[in-house]
Design a protein around this ligand. Structure first.
Ligand SMILES: [Zn+2]
Length: 104
């Protein structure tokens, strides 16, 4: 007999999956990483929310400090570029509007 690492029930040694909780027994129940700390989720959050998602990076339990700094610097640069492009677009739009008024 052995114990299931997930639910602590007694089970036969030849079982592959726990009959109580269906978890596989050959590997120890590995620490499941929380959804908000998965890299893909963080990248998606950074793309959609920009610098607002940086706390997710900063409080990440397993990222190294250098990884965090790379994330933060990259996000900052992209944010500044986006603001710059937005400013250019705004100016261009205002020029177009001015021209429309001049010719009407
Ligand atoms: Zn179990």
């Amino acid at each position: 007999m052995k114990k299931c690492p997930s639910c602590n029930e007694d089970i036969h040694d030849d079982e592959i999956d726990c009959p109580f909780c269906d978890k596989p027994l050959n590997q120890p129940a590995k620490k499941s990483i929380k959804l908000q700390y998965k890299t893909t989720v963080i990248v998606m959050a950074l793309i959609t929310a920009g610098p607002l998602a940086l706390p997710l990076v900063w409080f990440h339990p397993t990222y190294k400090k250098s990884t965090k700094i790379i994330f933060i610097v990259t996000t900052t640069i992209i944010t500044i570029l986006c603001l710059y492009v937005a400013k250019l677009m705004f100016h261009y739009m205002m020029q177009q509007i001015d021209m429309l008024y001049q010719y009407s």
